[in-house]
Design a binder for this molecule. Structure first.
Ligand SMILES: NC(=O)c1ccc[n+]([C@@H]2O[C@H](COP(=O)([O-])OP(=O)(O)OC[C@H]3O[C@@H](n4cnc5c(N)ncnc54)[C@H](O)[C@@H]3O)[C@@H](O)[C@H]2O)c1
Length: 368
């Protein structure tokens, strides 16, 4: 059995997935679509793809089995739901983001979970952190019980806005860009910092108290924008469902290179990652971890060039294709994706209430 896959959005990120989808041994047909005819034509030519559509709506009228959506993140939830309702499995990079309304994000989580449950189609969130080498390494250690009980974890996404983020915001909005869209809310895109911890520990956030840092002379996170958010950095302290404590930092004003990663501390062992490398620790030992040597099995056609974000792209494609063909929930399914996103939404609400402790909603586990 093989899968037919439509890639939706041939933009800066989506174009890096086309080759991996095309070359997956269990994909027998690939289609492309983009509203921008030039981007579509350029990717079709570069990757030798003949089946092209001018929009997602047109692609959804075909008998394609599954769609991988790489459009602007605020479009993902409605587009994924439309795909599931027309009988397609759906993949997006995040469930949804919003410039201002956290309640709206939680409502979209409700709707994605409801659509996945009602239609029986699969939804997968393509969280890159979950397929980086440190996640693969820690999943193995957790499965072997070498952490003991998880006690404390730290997840962070360090990405100063001077690292191209202003340009990214402008090109994603295109002609709709205006100054009111500056800034944004770091905790409304928290999945790189929450995802690894939730995935590996199997626990989820139940409560949060969060605070923000407003940089002096800030020229991007400003009160006169749609979000009205003034904090470039947000840090949340969380109670987890297993009784452990987590700290999540979403930093857009930070004097470091970019990094999305985590540290995990258990009662018997711990994993630390910093800019100079990774270490596995026990009460008596410290061993450097060569993350370049850590890999999970992949089809041969994808393993030579695994793609960006720590080689996660190939694993994301393989997991989505495998889950669809095996008719099983993917690792980051609709229920888990909501657990990755909601802690950030509630963190920003807590920031706005001077660190008030707030409950984080939960959608439960995915059905078998
Ligand atoms: N680490 C990560 O997980 C990571 C990194 C980068 C980007 N992303 C995500 O990838 C997504 C895409 O980002 P990007 O930088 O490529 O954006 P982009 O703006 O460059 O590309 C989006 C493309 O989608 C197309 N599009 C929009 N609506 C469409 C429709 N209805 N039908 C067909 N095509 C449509 C647009 O024309 C555009 O070409 C975003 O959601 C972003 O958050 C994730």
């Amino acid at each position: 059995m093989a899968l037919s896959v439509g890639a939706v959005g041939c933009g800066a990120f989506g174009k890096h997935f086309i080759e991996l989808i095309r070359d997956h041994p269990e994909v027998d047909r690939i289609a492309l679509c983009d509203l921008d005819a030039d981007k579509l034509a350029s990717c079709a030519k570069k990757f030798g793809i003949e089946e092209c559509y001018p929009s997602l709506d047109d692609l959804l009228k075909t008998d394609i089995d599954a769609v991988m959506i790489f459009t602007q993140p605020w479009l993902h939830a409605p587009q994924a739901i439309a795909a599931m309702e027309t009988g397609k499995h759906a993949y997006t990079a995040v469930p949804i983001i919003a410039l201002s309304d956290g309640d709206e994000m939680l409502e979209w989580c409700d709707r994605v979970v409801e659509a996945a449950g009602r239609t029986g189609q699969l939804y997968m969130m393509g969280e890159t952190t979950c397929y980086r080498a440190e996640s693969i390494f820690c999943r193995r250690k957790a499965a072997a019980g070498e952490f003991g009980h998880f006690a404390y974890s730290e997840g962070h996404y360090l990405h100063d806005i001077s690292h191209n983020l202003k340009n990214v915001a402008m090109w994603r909005w295109g002609a709709q860009w205006n100054d009111s869209k500056r800034g944004g809310i770091p905790m409304h895109y928290p999945t790189h910092s929450t995802g690894g911890i939730i995935d590996i520990t199997g626990a989820h956030m139940t409560h949060v108290s969060a605070m923000g840092y407003a940089m002096p002379d800030e020229d991007w996170h400003l009160p006169d924008t749609t979000s009205g958010n003034i904090y470039g950095d947000m840090i949340g302290l969380y109670r987890m469902s297993d009784g452990s404590v987590a700290r999540i930092a979403e930093m857009r004003r930070i004097g470091t290179p970019c990094q999305e990663t985590f540290r995990l501390y258990g009662t018997e062992g711990a994993f630390e990652r910093n800019f100079s490398g990774a270490t596995w620790l026990t009460k008596k030992t410290q061993e450097p971890v060569d993350l370049g040597e850590v890999a999970d099995p992949l089809p041969e056609a994808l393993s030579a060039n695994k793609g960006g974000h720590g080689g996660s792209h190939a694993y994301l494609v393989h997991e989505f294709v495998s889950a669809c063909l095996e008719e099983r929930q993917p690792r980051v399914n609709a229920w888990q994706a909501a657990r990755f996103l909601a802690p950030g939404v509630m963190a920003y609400k807590s920031v706005q209430r001077d660190g008030e402790l707030l409950a984080v909603p939960d959608w439960g586990d995915a059905p078998e």
